[in-house]
Design a binder for this molecule. Structure first.
Ligand SMILES: [Zn+2]
Length: 258
């Protein structure tokens, strides 16, 4: 596993990229931060959450800004109304408008010019790329999605329907709540393998849980980058739902096939 991500700065905008994904010449991607937008108050400032109560025109401005800075195609962005499920949508040029806004938590595409993404603030955003068949996927894995093995199911879908060989998959785990801060009750802890106890409190490592889903199916561990940036510990640069009591913006994680 690789923990090296790069912070990119373009004027006042800051976002992360994973070098193992940047090295794949037919994709572009980013993990946004909260730095460099125009939203105010709890949404300060690069809120990309289209389903928050922030002013719609501010969110659109922020999206346009990061998409133009990264030279990605904002007109065809495709995202879901995330519901902590294991529902997966495959996107192409004929259905992307129809898929946009449906209830689900993972997107897969082999179509050029259609950025697919998820919005998060603590939940785990994951990008997976089949570097041989030119397929990209993006996953929203909170604890419920993680318990449903959504990341493993996305990979299985790619293998069964799109011919993916797992040894050609490259992936990255973005900023999300770390094992340092993700305290859960015993009922939730029971569902997971990577559980830690500290002063009679239970913590789950959602990073390791999801990386285990990726490697168990056959993706080599060295092909996965883990950002290892805890949203709750770093709420000055990324949004954290827990740290800010549910009243906050959303980070965006997008990938596009060129
Ligand atoms: Zn933390």
């Amino acid at each position: 596993m690789n923990s090296k991500v790069v912070i990119n700065r373009i004027n006042d905008l800051e976002f992360y990229t994973a070098p193992n994904l940047t090295n794949i010449e037919f994709t572009k991607h980013f993990f946004s931060t909260r730095v460099g937008g125009i939203s105010t108050g709890v949404y300060e400032s690069l809120n990309l959450g289209l389903y928050t109560n922030d002013a719609g025109e501010n969110v659109q401005y922020n999206l346009n800004k990061i998409f133009s800075s990264t030279k990605m195609n904002v007109d065809k962005i495709t995202y879901l109304k995330q519901v902590h499920s294991d529902k997966i949508f495959r996107v192409n040029k004929d259905n992307y408008l129809e898929v946009r806004g449906q209830e689900g938590d993972a997107l897969i595409t082999s179509e050029k010019g259609i950025p697919i993404g998820v919005f998060t603030a603590d939940c785990v955003p994951i990008i997976l790329v089949d570097s041989y068949n030119k397929i990209a996927a993006v996953v929203h894995a909170g604890w419920k999605g993680t318990a449903l093995n959504i990341t493993g199911k996305v990979l299985k879908y790619m293998q069964q329907n799109m011919g993916t060989n797992f040894k050609n998959v490259v992936g990255a785990v973005g900023p999300s709540i770390g094992p340092c801060c993700f305290e859960v009750g015993p009922e939730v802890a029971k569902k997971f393998n990577f559980v830690y106890e500290n002063e009679n409190r239970l913590y789950v490592d959602l990073w390791k849980e999801n990386i285990r889903q990726i490697t168990d199916i056959g993706v080599p561990e060295e092909k996965i980058t883990n950002c290892m940036l805890c949203t709750s510990c770093n709420s000055n640069i990324v949004f954290s739902y827990r740290k800010e009591s549910g009243n906050t913006g959303r980070l965006g994680t997008f990938v596009e096939i060129l």
